[in-house]
Design a protein around this ligand. Structure first.
Ligand code: HEC
Length: 126
């Protein structure tokens, strides 16, 4: 009889621990899935297309495409998208991109803020 009680107590403890450790991960994975987006919204895509894709797009510069390629964006894993989006926001904010030598359209202040709003929105996971 004592053994049965011990056994029941052990099962109870195990299931409580299992429940506690299981729930936060479920909550987190739901949050992650919800916050992720695999495609760039149209407004931001247009900006990147006009100001960046000449180098960071198919037939662009090899070095630039190695850093990020607009045409391959949807194939990047979520963590990579978040990291690249963050770097993109930083680069346009500090003015290092597009390079000074680039003669095409430079993003305006409004466009930079659109890029960074998007970048921030996909940084929830990790
Ligand atoms: C004229 C070609 C060219 C254009 C246009 C261009 N880039 Fe780049 N970019 C490069 C090259 C080449 C590299 C890799 C070498 C380096 O880091 O300077 C690079 C690197 C980067 C990097 C990684 C290095 C860093 O500074 O963090 C980011 C992020 C980036 N570019 C963002 C952008 C964004 C955003 C735009 C558009 C607003 C853009 N680039 C437009 C050529 C370009």
């Amino acid at each position: 009889m004592k053994k049965i009680i011990m056994f029941a107590a052990a099962i109870l403890i195990v299931s409580v621990v299992a429940t506690i450790s299981f729930y936060p991960s479920v909550a987190q994975s739901q949050k992650t899935t919800k916050s992720l987006t695999t495609s760039i919204p149209e407004n931001v895509k247009t900006i990147l297309q006009n100001s960046c894709a000449k180098c960071h797009g198919d037939n662009g510069s090899g070095m630039a495409m190695g850093v990020w390629n607009l045409n391959l964006w949807d194939t990047y894993k979520p963590a990579k998208q978040a990291k690249k989006a963050n770097a993109i926001c930083k680069a346009v904010t500090n003015g290092s991109m597009p390079p000074k030598s680039f003669t095409g359209a430079k993003p305006t202040a409004t466009q930079i803020s659109e890029i960074c709003t998007w970048a921030t929105s996909i940084q929830v996971q990790n």
